[in-house]
Design a protein around this ligand. Structure first.
Ligand code: F6P
Length: 327
């Protein structure tokens, strides 16, 4: 392998720059030429390809977003788009590609590999919804950002003796919601994977808590359930307690990455290059049982993941006051 390309694809995630930096610097130090592909697979199809030196990634590890920009590319889901992508790689001398993104981006990498381009995926998403890994780049920063925002909502919620529904991102996955639910001491945590949402139970819980003297009631609602505004209106009507919905939105994707995201992203990015230079292709980097590992991309895409039962149970148990005397 002489030339390695790197791109970021799908939703951006804090720490992606640390991964790009690691790919570029590890590749250069191992004698490869490095190229950056701008705007994900879109940029590949438009040949937005640049040479990358060590200096190009200076002063980027602490920055949120992705210096390569990112996009979701419908054309790359077609066979024609994939074939054109592989031809463009060959035209630019790119014989291997590191794709930093989520499952959708890995599916693109899988297709390119079938067309003769060596590929490795690096898990980058705030959603933590990639089955082959316990860690994804950006989750740690996003969950901390959301946690801090929720603390702030709680302050004003308590002052006004309100109920607050706070919606966090995660698409169809509830990891951000579960972690925030526990970290913020929420009274209710609503996850799409546990679609046992019984609004009457939530309403009863709010009324009970108010009788016990609780000043606030924080409900963390996952994006996968959504409809927070309508939920707030129904809850207010049923309880008589002022209820507000806050949708945290894209602020969860921004900001300077945490130490964990910088370090894990750096190691995963470097490992992607090492894996390619070992002669492997069609791999996905993961973090499992305390180790950085790599999986076959087809196996990785076929894996499934679910909310850890014990964590869910504890999150749920700690969010309710079972003793009548406890406030
Ligand atoms: O996958 C990351 C994510 O932020 C999800 O949590 C969310 O559902 C989605 O991307 C939002 O996408 P967009 O930026 O296209 O609105």
């Amino acid at each position: 392998i002489k030339t390695i390309g790197v791109l970021t694809s799908g939703g951006d995630a804090p720490g992606m720059n640390a991964a790009i930096r690691a790919v570029v610097r590890r590749g250069l130090s191992r004698g490869c030429k490095m190229k950056g592909i701008l705007k994900g697979y879109n940029g590949l199809l438009n040949e937005e390809i640049i040479d990358m030196t060590a200096v190009d990634v200076s002063d980027t590890i602490e920055r949120g977003g992705t210096i390569l920009y990112t996009a979701r590319c419908a054309e790359f889901r077609t066979e024609e788009g994939q074939k054109r992508g592989a031809e463009i790689c060959r035209k630019h001398g790119i014989d291997a590609l590191v794709v930093i993104g989520g499952d959708g981006s890995f599916a693109g990498a899988q297709k390119l590999a079938n067309l003769g381009i060596n590929t490795v995926g690096v898990p980058g998403t705030i959603d933590l919804d990639i089955a082959c890994t316990e860690y994804t780049i950006g989750f740690d920063t996003a969950v901390n950002t959301a946690m801090e925002a929720i603390d702030k909502v709680r302050d004003t919620s308590t002052s006004h003796e309100r109920c607050s529904i706070i919606e966090v991102m995660g698409r169809n996955a509830g990891y951000l919601a579960l972690w925030c639910g526990i970290a913020n001491g929420a009274e209710d945590i609503l996850l799409p994977e546990k679609y046992d949402y019984d609004e009457q139970k939530v309403i009863n819980n709010i009324i009970e808590n108010r009788k016990r003297g609780k000043k606030h009631h924080i409900i963390i609602n996952a994006e996968g359930i959504g409809h927070s505004e309508a939920m707030a209106k129904r809850i207010e009507a049923a309880t008589g307690i002022e209820t507000r919905a806050t949708i945290l939105g894209h602020m969860q994707r921004g900001g300077s990455p945490t130490c964990k995201d910088r370090v894990y992203a750096s190691i995963m990015g470097a490992k992607a290059v090492d894996v390619l230079l070992e002669g492997k292709t069609q791999r996905v980097i993961g973090y499992k049982n305390g180790e950085y590992v790599d999986f076959d991309i087809n196996e990785a895409l076929a894996m499934t993941k679910s909310i850890p039962e014990y964590t869910y149970e504890i999150g749920h148990a700690l969010s309710h006051n079972y003793s009548k005397n406890v406030k």
